[in-house]
Design a binder for this molecule. Sequence first.
Ligand code: ADP
Ligand code: MG
Length: 238
Amino acid sequence: MVLKHDDALRLLREAELSVEGRLVDASNATLYCLATLDDAAVPVVYKPVRGERPLWDFPDGTLAGREVAAYLVSEATGWGVVPPTVMRDGPFGSGMCQLWVDVDEQVDLAALARSDHPDLRRMAVFDAVVNNADRKGGHLLPRPDGRVLGVDHGICFSAEDKLRTLLWQWRGLPLTDEAVEVLSRLRAELEGDLGEALHELLTVTEVQATVERVDRIITSRRHPEPSPDWPAIPWPPF
Ligand SMILES: Nc1ncnc2c1ncn2[C@@H]1O[C@H](COP(=O)(O)OP(=O)(O)O)[C@@H](O)[C@H]1O
Ligand SMILES: [Mg+2]
């Protein structure tokens, strides 16, 4: 079933969640659920805050909020990198709930991650904005219609630079005109409703660091380069 965006958000917020299973290659309690509302039932991912594994470099209990924040930034870009994601109550308490995306299992993720797919080029800019510390191959979702979405944005928005990604094929290259335009609009929205929404999910310092990253990318007009100061490729990469 293909849902319109608003219908998807309503369903994510209001549906009854029933846990169907746990995703095996997940590092946290990442649950595959059916979300049922009226006569619609769609698969979703539900990550309860309580199931988050503590990390040394991110404060406890904040990963679900970072995933929602990443979705909001993705929406503000208009690029639709992140599937619809909300924060809500569920069978194991408050958590993030995200629409399940069916993928084309035939796609070779290693080849895709090295390709010049335009969705990935946008995703590379998005990742630089949200400071994604975990853009590994398994976090790319190639849909059967050819679009590529991204998931698992729990370790984004650190105030310290931590960009870790497989998508370095555009490093140092000039941004597309489209990306420059999108970033300028995003910068303005960070001063408005988007900024306010992010303050509900992130610290003041983290929101400020996001603004500074956007400014830095706009000023350089280039895709960032991997830093020599931290591992620039996620481990394991897939
Ligand atoms: N919304 C989604 N739609 C389809 N598959 C997903 C979705 N979210 C996660 N997955 C799949 O489940 C795997 C584990 O989810 P992930 O978000 O990476 O969990 P964790 O935070 O525990 O690592 C992902 O690598 C991906 O293959
Ligand atoms: Mg993951």
